[in-house]
Design a binder for this molecule. Structure first.
Ligand code: FES
Ligand code: FES
Length: 160
């Protein structure tokens, strides 16, 4: 029986084994390669996407357990790639090789939705599970702070 999920607002009925990891479905079935395979073992965070608004590691989510869920990937975070986290990432020149970056951005975006005004230590804790082999951690932390400021500014503009 087909498994139905919504990815970036589009519904898909998939004829795949229920134990296939969501990451495989995204990359190999739906051809959405923005989400990266790093370890496949819940160790690096490169595969992070949002499932019903929460950051999850797509290598650890069986597609059968995602049935009926709404998934957001880096391709769908913002229609114009202008999410405050993406804007901050460019401003702070975060990416080096880029491989870990979609996972970093998806983790940061979900975190700031839950905690729009984080302390520095909270940012470190929220992001520490996302590994960066290029060692861009200082820039990542700075960019999360910048994104929080950008979100406040947009909120003030929207509300004012
Ligand atoms: S690929 Fe999923 S945590 Fe590393
Ligand atoms: S930018 Fe290269 S792994 Fe993070």
């Amino acid at each position: 029986m087909a498994i139905t999920i919504t990815v970036n607002g589009h519904q898909h009925a998939l004829d795949v084994p229920p134990d296939m990891p969501l990451l495989w479905v995204l990359r190999d079935v739906l051809d959405m390669t923005g989400t990266k395979f790093g370890c496949g073992s819940n160790l690096c965070g490169a595969c992070t996407v949002h499932k019903d608004g929460k950051a999850v590691r797509s290598c650890q989510v069986a597609i059968g357990d995602a049935a009926g869920s709404s998934i957001t990937t880096i391709e769908g975070l913002d229609a114009n790639s202008q999410h405050p986290v993406q804007v901050a990432w460019i401003k702070e020149q975060v990416p080096a090789c880029g491989y870990c970056q979609s996972g970093q951005i998806m983790t940061a975006a979900a975190f700031l939705t839950q905690n729009p005004d984080p302390e520095d230590e909270e940012i470190v804790r929220a992001m520490e599970g996302n590994l960066c082999r290029c060692g861009q951690y200082v820039r990542i932390q700075r960019a999360v702070k910048t994104a929080a400021d950008e979100m406040k500014t947009r909120g003030a503009t929207t509300n004012g």
